[in-house]
Design a protein around this ligand. Structure first.
Ligand SMILES: [Zn+2]
Length: 427
């Protein structure tokens, strides 16, 4: 038995829209018919999903997520994290290696891949760390990790402090045609601050994380990328200075790509309502000027893709207050609806632009065979209700954790069916 998705609205990167009938057989897209030119297909014996009035897109791809397993299963695990992702319309996610143990050995990569295959509901692609135990002192065995299935190397959660270590990592990764993915943060400039430098920090007498702590690594790593020829990908860009440096690097043909998170596109430090750690993440919410810069960076192609940096923490952990609570917020379940409501409904972006930055573009940046609705491709498909406005409710969150600043927000653009490798994993 296959699945027919009838009369759904599809959109491409140029925002060309069409009504299509799509047939899924096993794990592949077997047929795509133009609904305006063909009569209703013969659907006897197959499951039928009526997608009239709904958007049908390739499953969303999120190249930056924290699933917390192994080691922090009280926050999230692969079973709950992939279900939370499926609810958000994601069918491929790339998990960060700052687990315990960290993903720095073949055994841990195998553990992730086995768990994802047996307990997960969507595709999980692991990153391996750049340095052993993420301590910044000794490179991991890049070749063995690649052989085991990692798609790149990153010490996300912390910056690689030594320029020489980063240069060695880039040279090795370049020789293997693998990317280096960097959390950019200079520890000597951070000084234990919980929020960004800006009006919120001033008002509450808090130390602030300066923009340079991110941008100084971006600038350093761009030069190292130029020297080594590696594909260098910048994590969660949040500052005006970083955008400027990446834009300049791209003009020089340096192989740099970059990502931005929904919260850095829709919130500034001035939106933080009080000392509530559900508004604490790293990088922090920056000034309105930075928000404007990352929006422009995404719009002009300086920033390539949208990622969530889904970072679950328990309510007990977040209740420790702005200074002591860990950094990070949930991302999967509100990503598309937030951006659809804030940027597409307001006509700042086209629907095609938003969909492209969450599907085809991330696939292109990382050379993945997903993110399209072409006949013969893997059947990763998300159906989105663009019409119904719904409130973000804490009790509906699928993630094991509930740490999001968006509870109570009224949004449109909710994924209603998620199909991963031909299987319905959320509806
Ligand atoms: Zn990070």
């Amino acid at each position: 038995m296959g699945i027919w998705i009838l009369n759904g609205l599809t959109v491409d990167a140029n925002n060309a829209q069409a009504k299509k009938h799509i047939f899924i057989e096993n794990d592949k897209i077997a047929q795509v018919l133009d609904a305006s030119e063909s009569s209703a297909p013969q659907t006897d014996g197959h499951e039928v999903i009526d997608a009239a009035g709904k958007l049908v897109t390739p499953g969303f791809i999120d190249m930056h997520v924290h699933l917390r397993e192994p080691g922090f299963e009280h926050k999230e695990n692969i079973a709950t994290g992939t279900r939370s992702a499926a609810r958000g319309g994601f069918t491929t996610i790339a998990c960060m290696p700052n687990t315990r143990p960290v993903i720095d050995t073949v055994d841990t990569v195998n553990y992730i891949l086995d768990k994802a295959a047996t307990e997960g509901v969507i595709r999980v692609l692991p990153y391996g760390t750049i340095t052993k135990n993420q301590l910044g002192r000794e490179l991991t065995d890049f070749a063995a990790l690649k052989e085991a299935g990692v798609i790149g190397y990153t010490d996300d959660g912390v910056g690689v402090q030594s320029a020489q270590m980063m240069k060695d990592a880039m040279a090795l990764a370049a020789s293997m045609e693998m990317p280096i993915i960097a959390h950019c943060e200079d520890d000597t400039l951070v000084v234990g601050a919980p929020v960004s430098e800006g009006s919120f920090a001033k008002k509450h007498g808090l130390k602030g994380i300066p923009n340079e702590s991110e941008a100084i690594h971006v600038g350093r790593d761009i030069l190292l990328s130029e020297a080594t020829g590696v594909h260098y990908h910048v994590c969660h860009v949040s500052t005006e200075q970083s955008v400027r440096l990446i834009r300049h690097a791209k003009q020089f043909g340096i192989k740099v790509t970059a990502e931005v998170c929904p919260h850095h596109l829709v919130l500034s430090d001035e939106d933080i309502p009080g000392l509530d750690a559900n508004w604490k993440m790293n990088p922090p919410l920056r000034t309105p000027r930075d928000v404007q810069a990352v929006i422009e960076g995404l719009e002009d192609g300086t920033i390539d893709i949208i990622v969530t940096d889904h970072a679950p923490h328990t309510e007990e952990e977040k209740a420790k207050g702005m200074m002591l609570a860990p950094f990070g917020i949930l991302g999967f379940e509100t990503a598309f609806s937030l951006l659809y409501t804030k940027f597409v409904l307001t006509e700042q972006w086209t629907l095609g632009f938003l969909v492209d930055r969450m599907t085809q573009k991330p696939a292109d940046v990382f050379g993945l065979p997903y993110g399209t609705l072409n006949v013969g491709s893997i059947a990763d498909i998300t159906i989105v209700d663009l019409e119904t406005e719904r409130e973000v409710l804490k009790e509906e969150i699928v993630s094991r954790s509930k740490n999001t600043p968006f509870i109570g927000w009224k949004l449109q653009g909710w994924p209603v069916v998620t199909i991963a490798s031909g299987k319905i994993v959320w509806s």
